[in-house]
Write a new protein. Structure first.
Length: 311
């Protein structure tokens, strides 16, 4: 395993490519509906995801490119509730039972979503059985409990675990320790808030076999902590810092075969829904015109059935 340089927040930001970022506004960036597994027994549900237009995360992780979908400065009061209402107004009936409110940042940071907006957001999503939001594990505050009480459904918080390899986790500039993540899971579970998390496949400094090994170990760790849904994210470039590490020979994106193998080694774990993230699937190495669609379909089926068929 390669030793990674310690890149500061300033260095990570300086390596960002120039992109057109969204302006603040009262319309969401995008709205999609997807199908997710509810459990290990084949039960499925439609999930409406609203990609909210908000401000940038205060944590500047080495591998993150979500800043591209955020604006600078704090989120204006009233903007997020307006986006949720607009998105729901344009959806055909009946609405899905689950909803994700993803703001490419931290739902419970006042700079990202003003505290005064929570009652209006809760009222807008009152018909949903499960409300899923994203948040940094260190941001545990009373806003979570207040919002949970205001919604009618179950609250689920999605958090990035990334990896349980301590030196790599530290190098990601996430400002997170495994103790922090465990504390967050215990704190949320004690308040009857469900947890999902994201685990990286082959972060910088790891060979393909090491990437699979530590991905599997990280999924198993999250499983032991009672995380309900664990998503494996094959790490890809696009934020500048990873490209710099790739030029230095310290990062190589995982292949489709790596993703398939990692999922195969953990999908059998009981209770937790374990999925492979297929965003930007076509960018993974090892795909051909002849196999690309069939292999994606196999993983999509596995995500829904929680069983991975033989190739």
């Amino acid at each position: 395993m390669e030793r990674l340089p310690s890149l500061s927040t300033e260095k990570i930001r300086s390596l960002r490519p120039a992109v057109a970022r969204p302006e603040p506004g009262r319309l969401p960036l995008a709205v999609v509906t997807e199908v997710e597994a509810v459990d290990k027994f084949g039960q499925l549900t439609d999930v409406l995801t609203i990609f909210l237009r908000g401000s940038e995360c205060s944590f500047h992780c080495l591998m993150c490119d979500l800043w591209k979908y955020t604006h600078t400065g704090s989120t204006p009061a009233g903007a997020i509730p307006a986006q949720v209402v607009d998105a729901l107004a344009h959806q055909p009936a009946p609405l899905p039972k689950w909803i994700k409110l993803y703001n490419a940042s931290n739902f419970f940071s006042p700079a990202n979503i003003p505290r005064g907006d929570f009652p209006a957001i809760a009222a807008a999503v009152s018909s949903f059985e499960r409300v899923i939001v994203e948040n940094h594990p260190r941001l545990l505050n009373t806003a979570i409990v207040d919002f949970q009480r205001q919604i009618r459904g179950t609250l689920e918080v999605a958090m990035g675990l990334e990896t349980i390899h301590p030196p790599t986790l530290q190098s990601l500039n996430k400002q997170l320790t495994l103790d922090d993540f465990q504390r967050a899971c215990e704190w949320l579970h004690a308040r009857e808030v469900a947890v999902r998390c994201f685990v990286l496949l082959r972060p910088p400094g790891m060979s393909a076999p090491e990437g699979i090994e530590w991905c599997v170990r990280s999924v198993e760790y999250a499983h032991r902590l009672g995380v309900r849904h664990i998503s494996i994210i094959p790490l890809r470039g696009g934020n500048g810092a990873l490209e710099q590490l790739q030029r230095e020979g310290l990062f190589q994106p995982p292949s489709a075969a790596c993703l398939e193998q990692a999922l195969a080694e953990v999908i059998h774990l009981p209770d937790a829904v374990i999925t492979a993230d297929l965003w930007d699937w076509d960018q993974l190495a090892g795909l051909t015109v002849g196999c690309r669609n069939a292999r994606r379909q196999r993983l999509e089926t596995a995500n829904r059935s929680q069983r991975l068929s033989a190739t």
